[in-house]
Design a binder for this molecule. Structure first.
Ligand code: 4NP
Length: 152
């Protein structure tokens, strides 16, 4: 069982979208015995909050319902649970590297778009600021199948 932890700043936009997209692919492809996914925040800003209405809308338009999700900050237990930590931007990477309990936990941290040829080193911009929730969905919908392939 490979545990994938998706992480962003608030855990109300990008990482819950990533988790929902991954879970849908896992369910559609019958990969439940192979992958387990979760998502968390690097901050306490949105703790307990449901996903952003823009994120919920974009997900709904693609057949995803993440309305039961609630934001929570990453813990040491999450670092231990995760085999791969997929982050959205360079601030996420820097924050997680600082928070990682060990060097082996820090080595799990990846940038989401690094899996896509031509997108290496690029961030998934924060739709909390850009309001481009559909663009976020499209970027995640390209990257996440590639991650599942790579980690299978
Ligand atoms: P996310 O978006 O990291 O994609 O969930 C954000 C949500 C909340 C905040 C920032 C980004 N905030 O500052 O509260």
């Amino acid at each position: 069982m490979h545990h994938i932890l998706f992480v962003c700043l608030g855990n109300i936009c990008r990482s819950p979208m990533a988790e929902a997209i991954a879970q849908q692919l896992i369910d559609q492809q019958g990969l439940q015995a192979q992958f387990s996914v979760d998502s968390v925040a690097t901050s306490y800003e949105e703790e307990g909050n449901h996903p952003h209405p823009g994120a919920l809308k974009a997900m709904r338009q693609h057949g995803l319902d993440a309305s039961a999700h609630r934001s929570r900050p990453i813990t040491a237990k999450d670092f231990a649970w995760a085999d791969t930590i997929i982050t959205m931007d360079h601030a996420n990477v820097a924050n997680l590297q600082r928070m990682a309990p060990s060097a082996s936990d820090a080595a799990k941290i990846k940038l989401c778009l690094d899996i896509l040829p031509g997108r290496q080193g690029q961030a998934i911009d924060d739709p909390w600021y850009t309001h481009k929730f559909e663009l976020t969905y499209q970027e995640l919908a390209k990257a996440i199948p590639a991650w599942l392939n790579a980690l299978a």
